[in-house]
Design a binder for this molecule. Sequence first.
Ligand SMILES: [Zn+2]
Length: 139
Amino acid sequence: MSSVKYEDGWPQPHRIMDAEPYWAALQEDRLTYQRCDTCTQAVWPPHGFCPHCSGRSLTWHTSKGKGKVYSHSTVVRGPTATWQKISPYTVGFVEMDEGYYLFTQFLAKPDDVVIGKRVEVRYEKRGTQTQPLFALVDQ
Ligand SMILES: [Zn+2]
């Protein structure tokens, strides 16, 4: 098991090689994902091959950063002092308009996060890495 690195109290992502373009794009406030050139399905998390058809040709695309709440759960007691400061906070999956599911934190009061509500990406630097968080938006 590898140890987690922290910067300014925030855990930094474990950067697997397949996901390097994702983290680099986030530093420029761009949310990206992969799509298979063979079967055209969205691929997430990043892969070196398509999990749908085993195709070897995947291309990075920029997401519009929009979707809807697919699932959510509220953390009342954060695991570290930094998380405690923002508690309670709500995490969960966004069903992205491009057809994949992204795990994130919602920038909203826990009671306002409802399955099916529209959300849009917001970028926040935590440590040195920019992270994609999601805010509720009007339909
Ligand atoms: Zn495929």
